[in-house]
Design a protein around this ligand. Structure first.
Ligand code: HEM
Length: 150
């Protein structure tokens, strides 16, 4: 959206549009999966319900979360090199938050495996509380990249 012409040239805005589109898919997956965990936790271990949730969660991870996260990173890094974002403070803060979100996705994957093994390590209340993380991070990231306060 800025007049900067880097190596992407006129393709910059197409890459930016794709970046924001995959951000939406990634956030959708990050909001959806913990909701599934909350309901899954209430299913009896080994029950048909338990097996159904294991299947659904695996599909959210493999069809939505992982591909979307990879696309956001690849397109985001293309934009970063295009505008020379590496020297800009807002981008450093954004990158730190996005690395945090990626680590959170890693934790979600590990927690899903525990649920699939019949464990229920956290209370549903705790899982619901943890589900606030991506929302807060996304709001901070959007402010950083659009307002660029520093
Ligand atoms: C994964 C690592 C990411 C990198 C390397 C990255 C990098 C970038 C860069 C360099 C821009 C600026 C492009 C420009 O000035 O035209 C940008 C734009 C944007 N990014 Fe990311 N981003 C990443 C992840 C995210 C995430 C997770 C979100 C939201 C939760 C996000 C939301 C946005 C938005 C809304 C814009 C458009 C800003 C505008 O056009 O004013 N990005 N991204």
């Amino acid at each position: 959206m800025n007049g900067y012409i880097g190596w992407l040239g006129p393709a910059h805005n197409w890459v930016l549009a794709a970046h924001v589109t995959f951000v939406i898919f990634w956030m959708a997956g990050l909001f959806l999966l913990p909701r599934f965990y909350v309901y899954h936790q209430e299913a009896a271990v080994g029950s048909p319900d338990d097996r159904a949730w294991i299947e659904r969660e695996a599909r959210v991870r493999s069809i939505i979360l992982t591909p979307a996260m990879i696309a956001v990173w690849v397109l985001g890094l293309m934009l970063a090199f295009d505008i020379g974002a590496w020297t800009q403070g807002w981008f450093h803060a954004k990158l730190a938050l996005v690395i945090g979100l990626s680590a959170y996705q890693g934790w979600l994957g590990a927690y899903g495996k525990k649920l699939a093994n019949g464990q229920r390590p956290l209370s549903s209340k705790a899982v619901r509380a943890i589900n606030e993380i991506p929302g807060i991070a996304a709001a901070l990231i959007v402010v950083l990249v659009i307002v660029r306060p520093f």
